[in-house]
Write a protein that binds this ligand. Structure first.
Ligand SMILES: Cc1cc2nc3c(=O)[nH]c(=O)nc-3n(C[C@H](O)[C@H](O)[C@H](O)COP(=O)(O)O)c2cc1C
Length: 541
């Protein structure tokens, strides 16, 4: 039998205090010279508070409410507004995660084309470990208004693509609202840069005229048979659309590598179901591994198939680096099959997502800079760097972030959350709740209407243009001609107050073809020996 022991417990004191306050309030309001029905208001209020208090007392899921009925609701309210309070009142310019206030403000200012300069001097601590900088040149150039581009497409490609060095990273319709997708694509069209669809398929909102990189993941959304297997016919149909300029296979995503994903049935509307080619109202699952291939050789054959089915458009894959021998196994498969991807996009574990388990976000996969340089060196090591381009994504929002990625091996950069900020995202960290306050990551039509497409498309376009302008200034300051000339030797990192190291020492290079000749590079020799083109499993050495 349930017993209630209230004798001088915290619960008793709280109940007494809350009841006393509520009673005084009710009595005071009732004593006001209000007439008729208004007198019911305090009584209703009192009755409602009593009902809530009694429910709290007997609830079985919140211990704190059982002990502190009514009063403990304040705790839940404060928990809810904590992130906002911290952001507005307590965060300084360099704080805030994943993006500091300064990083966010820079994007907002560039997207709005308002003053993006800072006064007085840096707020960074230059003598603390981890500080990084770009060495400038005494023969600095004059920054030109540049629209830096890179040609993607190896010898097997019939329709190479001239990509901007900054593009919109993969985010699906479903993770993003329809208005967000439309604004991104319109912005991409105006700025002449590419918009990656994400793995959720090509929706009508993507078709505003901006260049598309069509991504398929392990769910093959938009290119699947009813049982979830890859459908070559459906793939060819969409890939041949003129707006699709490149096709991309997602192997893994930095924020949740090896995890796969689920869009809950409740969010699978008729519209999303039609775009993805799945049943409405049923959980939409991306498995954690692909069914279309199971070995590195089969992966390369699949990439070749994607290229052929798309009519010769550049085909590549996106991944976050995990076991190093697996990527080297893919390199061996390139050599063995003679099939090379046109590009590889390296995503870092610091990357974003609509929703992922904390363990995966925090502790699985290589961070972008390490993975990027590893892929760059591996491709150099097999003599394929000239034909395979590299994209990079992972917290790239400023021109310095871009320059550093170029030095580490990127040919172009992708930004997801940077462009979300340009759309008005305020980092409320509610993407997974469908209650995004700015209409960016929600399917709720009443919230989505807050995002006015023409206005935000202009911001997307302006953020891109201003970022390229800032990049041109860095290129000039370093005395270079274009971003592809940034090298590790141009960057330095403070390790401790006493020690500074060049990126060239932190990321020792492989010579072109060195893996083929037999390398003594400690970081590569062992993983290369364990890699086999016929399997993702490591060979015993
Ligand atoms: C809301 C959201 C949805 C995403 N959806 C996808 C996706 O469908 N496919 C994919 O490859 N990456 C997806 N990503 C990852 C991004 O494309 C990108 O790789 C990652 O966020 C790193 O870039 P960032 O640091 O600029 O955000 C998503 C990221 C976010 C924030």
């Amino acid at each position: 039998m349930r017993t209630l022991s209230l004798a001088v417990s915290p619960r008793f004191i709280t109940l007494t205090l809350v009841s006393a306050v509520a009673l005084c309030l009710a009595a005071w309001i009732a004593a006001r010279p209000w007439d008729g029905a208004w007198r019911l208001v305090p009584l209703l209020l009192f009755g409602w508070l009593t009902a809530v208090g009694v429910r709290d007392l007997f609830n079985t899921s919140h211990a704190v409410l059982r002990n502190y009925p009514l009063a403990a609701h304040i705790r839940f309210i404060l928990e809810g507004i904590r992130p906002g309070m911290r952001q507005y009142f307590f965060e300084d310019e360099k704080q805030g995660t994943p993006f500091s206030r300064d990083e966010r403000a820079l994007v907002y200012q560039r997207a709005k084309m308002v003053l993006d300069k800072r006064p007085f001097g840096t707020q960074l601590h230059m003598y603390h470990g981890g500080h990084e900088w770009l060495n400038h040149s005494l023969a600095a150039g004059r920054p030109e208004k540049e629209n830096f581009r890179v040609q993607v497409g190896g010898p097997e490609t019939a329709k190479p693509y001239s990509a901007s060095v900054l593009n919109i990273s993969a985010m699906s319709f479903g993770a993003l609202s329809a208005n967000a997708v439309r604004a991104l694509n319109e912005g991409a069209k105006r700025g002449g840069f590419a918009h990656d669809t994400g793995e959720g398929g090509v929706s009508p909102y993507h078709l505003q005229g901006g260049d598309l990189i069509w991504e398929i993941g392990s769910g093959y959304f938009g290119a699947r048979m009813p049982d979830g297997r890859f459908s070559p016919e459906r793939f060819a149909e969409t890939a041949s659309q003129p707006q699709v300029r490149m096709v991309e296979l997602k192997l893994s995503q930095g924020a949740k590598p090896g995890h796969g994903g689920v869009l809950p049935g409740a969010k699978v509307s008729l519209e999303i179901a039609a775009v993805r080619g799945v049943a409405a109202g049923v959980d939409c699952i991306s498995p954690s591994r692909h069914s279309a291939f199971s070995t590195p050789i089969e992966l390369m054959e699949f990439i070749g198939r994607m290229r052929a089915l798309s009519g010769g458009k550049p085909a590549g894959f996106k991944l976050c680096i995990g076991h190093e021998w697996e990527f080297l196994a893919i390199c061996k498969a390139m050599l063995e099959t003679g099939i090379y991807p046109d590009f590889v996009v390296v995503d870092g574990s610091e990357g974003g997502t609509g929703a992922a388990p904390l363990e995966f976000m925090d502790h699985i996969g290589k961070p972008m800079r390490d993975g990027l340089n590893f892929v760059h060196q591996s491709l150099r090591g097999i003599g394929a760097r000239g034909r395979v381009k590299i994209g990079a994504s992972g917290k790239i929002t400023s021109a310095f972030d871009m320059a550093r990625a170029f030095a580490l091996g990127a040919d172009w950069c992708n930004s997801a959350r940077g462009f979300m900020f340009a759309l008005g995202c305020i980092q409320s960290l509610s993407c997974h709740t469908d209650r995004c306050p700015t209409g960016v990551t929600t399917q709720d039509p009443t919230r989505m209407r807050a995002l006015v497409v023409p206005d935000k498309a202009t911001r997307v376009f302006q953020y891109h243009a201003a970022s390229l302008q800032a990049l041109a200034e860095l290129v000039a300051a370093a005395g270079l001609g274009n971003p592809g000339e940034f090298r590790c030797a141009h960057f330095q990192r403070r390790i401790s107050p006493q020690e500074v190291r060049s990126f060239a020492d932190i990321y020792p290079p492989l010579a072109e073809g060195e893996l083929l000749a037999g390398t003594g590079h400690v970081g590569f020799a062992r993983a290369w020996a364990r890699a086999s083109a016929g399997s993702f499993q490591a060979a015993a050495v």
